[in-house]
Design a protein around this ligand. Structure first.
Ligand SMILES: [Zn+2]
Length: 312
């Protein structure tokens, strides 16, 4: 019989569940909007219902457990969601124990970026390596580190909050409250903000056209760059320099065999690769310069597949 696990990706807007086989294949899937404002009891009810739905789709499979990727900060060892900013009313919720009591299965939880890193390492772009750094660049910047064949967790599971490395002095304010975080300079939100500045100055008609009167996003910038717009291409090159600077730090700290880039902005890696590599060549010590920067392979499924990997 196929060995498989239940997996949940608990996001602030969407809750997704799947059955994942030990090969990493997703064999049943369901999603719903997260009742993020309704507090932990309502969300735990949602998880139990959604997991039940995918389990009934594959009655022939007896899952070995449930893995959950959830927003940090959380303590994976203790199974506790500490204070996820995207879920209202969550404070030190013993999520793993509460789900175990409801489902009668072993439950492991991990922060979503770490779960995605595990997924890419075991089943995606990091397969076959012992040390990788995974970075996801979308609304924010998150990441996970696999070092010497295991996930680096750190005290209270808080290791590898790579988006909050301080990258520059006296620059943009981050959502975390600090100044000059990598996330404040290189996230999709930051790229959209730079694009908005150019649009407001009347310098970016191609991006303005794609935004159609709304706020320009990182996606609009990437689309315009792909269509040959030089302003969008310039914004992406500036983005690539900021990404490269952060990646240089991660190379020196963790010595990965590969750097894996995911998330919505990561999908434009082909447009940024030359500048990222030039930034690494310029700033990294010689021994680190040949480490490849590769695109994430699992897309939005990385977190689900990695969550399953917690119990498989
Ligand atoms: Zn920050």
């Amino acid at each position: 019989m196929t060995r498989a696990a239940l997996a949940v990706d608990l996001g602030g807007t969407e809750l997704r569940a799947a059955i994942v086989e030990e090969t990493g294949a997703v064999s049943a899937f369901a999603a719903t909007a997260t009742a993020a404002a309704a507090g932990p009891d309502a969300v735990i009810d949602q998880i139990v219902a959604l997991v039940g739905r995918v389990a009934t789709e594959r009655p022939q499979i007896a899952p070995v457990g449930l893995g959950v990727g959830a927003p940090g900060p959380l303590d994976g060892e203790a199974g506790i969601a500490i204070a996820p900013p995207t879920l209202a009313g969550w404070r030190d919720v013993p999520l793993a124990a509460r789900l175990e009591a409801r489902l009668g299965l072993p439950v492991r939880i991990e922060n979503d970026a770490n779960a995605a890193a595990l997924g890419e390492w075991r089943f995606g772009a990091g397969r076959g390596t012992r040390s990788v750094v995974f970075v996801t660049v979308s609304t924010g910047i998150g990441g996970g580190v696999i070092a010497d064949g295991r996930l680096l967790r750190g005290h209270r599971g808080l290791a590898a909050e790579v988006g909050h490395m301080t990258i520059a002095a006296g620059r943009e304010r981050c959502a975390c409250g600090a100044l000059g975080c990598w996330e404040a300079l290189a996230s999709g939100t930051a790229l959209g903000r730079e694009a908005a500045r150019r649009v407001e100055a009347g310098e970016a008609p191609a991006i303005a056209a794609r935004a159609a009167g709304g706020a320009p996003t990182a996606r609009h910038v990437a689309e315009a760059a792909r269509a040959g717009d030089p302003v969008a291409a310039g914004l992406l090159q500036a983005e690539a320099v900021w990404l490269g600077i952060g990646l240089v730090n991660l190379l020196h700290l963790y010595a990965p065999e590969r750097l894996i880039l995911g998330g919505g902005v990561g999908e434009a890696l082909d447009l940024m690769r030359a500048t990222i590599e030039a930034t690494i060549a310029e700033r990294a010590m010689v021994a680190y310069r040949d480490v490849p920067v590769v695109a994430a392979a699992l897309g939005r499924n990385a977190g689900l597949v990695g969550a399953a990997g917690l119990v498989l």
